[in-house]
Design a protein around this ligand. Structure first.
Ligand SMILES: Cc1cc2nc3c(=O)[nH]c(=O)nc-3n(C[C@H](O)[C@H](O)[C@H](O)COP(=O)(O)OP(=O)(O)OC[C@H]3O[C@@H](n4cnc5c(N)ncnc54)[C@H](O)[C@@H]3O)c2cc1C
Length: 103
């Protein structure tokens, strides 16, 4: 089974993850997201600032639960630090400074 690791979980990252699952439902897809808000619509920030949207949380296109329901694993609050193509590994660090190597 193939593993796909995507760094970044805003529009581009989640689109890529959904498309990978669409093309091959058995693929293991993990999205590494530096923040806690995947698929967040930063484009709509002005609607929150203007008051048209009362709660900025509503501006996410999908919730974590909805993304997880698609079979996509979200590794939130983890920042990718290094990519090692030869070893097919990525090192990530969480908010507590703990390092992890994803292979
Ligand atoms: C106010 C505003 C209005 C906009 N309006 C428009 C518009 O009308 N039309 C338009 O086409 N575009 C608009 N844009 C631009 C649009 O938002 C961006 O082009 C789009 O968000 C890019 O999406 P992205 O997924 O590539 O990256 P981003 O939305 O920048 O997301 C980056 C993702 O990567 C994660 N990340 C970054 N570094 C790491 C790392 N080292 N490890 C792990 N995760 C990481 C972040 O946490 C985030 O999840 C607007 C932007 C803003 C700010």
């Amino acid at each position: 089974m193939t593993d796909v690791l995507i760094i970044g979980g805003s529009d581009a990252g989640i689109s890529a993850a959904l498309r990978a699952k669409e093309l091959e439902p058995t693929v293991n897809v993990t999205v590494v997201v530096a923040d806690s808000f995947p698929n967040y619509s930063i484009c709509g920030l002005q609607f929150y600032l203007s008051g048209e949207v009362s709660d900025w949380h509503y501006q996410a296109h999908r919730t974590v639960e909805e993304i997880t329901h698609e079979g996509i694993h979200c590794l939130l609050d983890h920042t990718a630090q290094t990519i090692n193509p030869a070893q097919k590994s990525v090192s990530v660090v969480n908010r507590e400074g703990q390092l992890k190597r994803l292979t």
